[in-house]
Design a protein around this ligand. Structure first.
Ligand code: NAD
Length: 269
């Protein structure tokens, strides 16, 4: 059997999810809170609303003025925490400068924190979850292999490192303070490389890598009107995930799976 591309894999999983959701007593419900009006956030929110509607998830968008105070936002989130008709809550990032991201993340009920941002969240962070699920589908054998993750953010690098460690990989996490010669020494032995920095083509195509390496490109930047990843395209390794049409689709799928899971957790307790 030929293995599916990310695009086709996500399509298949969404079809399965849609069937599962159609069999539920009621539609799972997601609340999206947005406190900005920037172009990128509007487009991410639009994508989430579209996914939800395709799958039979009820999604509501609560768009607040950029001048909303931190207290007002926290009060809104608390109200959604209390609302038993809501299964999942996401607060779209970035937030205006006068609002602390940490305070907002802390207040979302962990049982409804479908982005998986809070350490106590009942859910896996969406991007790492999506990456691991696709690698698992590909039949990638995690145990004993070397993984290098470039980027140590709380939403990608760190949670992914834990998930790969839990699967018995040897995990190295690199970051902006890593010296290039050290980076390339680690990369040379890695069977799995995940780059999540937001630095266009940070990993150049001439860096020597294993022939059977899998490269996962998380980064997404706009350069001269085009979306580009953190990895310069190359064809001398086993796989490089595309940008766009790669990890972003997996992340969106994971979010919808988490909403479904939140619904299931809610009815079983
Ligand atoms: P972040 O800004 O929080 O963290 C960036 C990380 O990259 C930091 O840990 C930093 O140390 C590291 N870094 C920066 N420059 C570096 C360099 N020159 N060498 C090595 N490391 C370097 O970013 P984030 O939120 O994790 O997002 C990273 C990128 O991934 C962004 O482009 C973001 O848009 C994208 N992203 C995509 C998805 C998706 O679903 N496709 C999801 C999350 C993030």
């Amino acid at each position: 059997m030929d293995l599916l591309t990310i695009k086709d894999y996500v399509k298949l999983r969404k079809e399965e999810l849609k069937i599962k959701i159609a069999s539920l007593k009621r539609a799972p419900k997601l609340a999206i809170v947005q406190v900005n009006d920037d172009v990128a956030s509007n487009s991410y929110v639009k994508g989430k609303l579209k996914d939800a509607s395709e799958l039979g998830i009820e999604a509501i968008l609560i768009k607040l003025d950029e001048k909303t105070s931190q207290d007002e936002l926290l009060a809104k989130v608390e109200q959604l925490n209390e609302d038993i008709s809501i299964d999942g809550i996401i607060v779209q990032l970035p937030l205006p400068k006068h609002i602390s991201e940490q305070e907002v993340k802390k207040i979302i009920d962990p049982k409804k924190d479908v982005d998986g941002f809070h350490p106590l969240s009942s859910f896996e962070a969406c991007t790492p979850k999506g990456i691991v699920s696709y690698l698992t589908y590909l039949g990638f054998e995690f145990s004993g292999k070397n993984a290098v993750i470039i980027g140590r953010s709380n939403i990608v690098g760190r949670p992914l490192a834990k998930m790969l460690l839990d699967r018995s990989m040897n995990v190295t996490v690199l970051h902006s303070k890593t010296k290039l010669e050290d980076r390339d020494r680690f990369l040379k032995h890695a069977q799995l490389i995940v780059v999540a920095t937001g630095q266009p083509y940070l990993l150049k195509k001439d860096v020597p890598l294993l022939k059977d390496a899998i490269l996962v490109d998380v980064g997404i930047s706009r350069v001269e009107g085009h979306l580009v990843g953190d990895i310069e395209p190359r064809d001398d390794v086993l796989l490089v995930t595309p940008v766009p049409g790669g990890v972003g689709l997996l992340t969106r799928l994971s979010l919808m799976e988490n909403v479904m899971e939140a619904y299931e957790n809610g009815i079983s307790c």
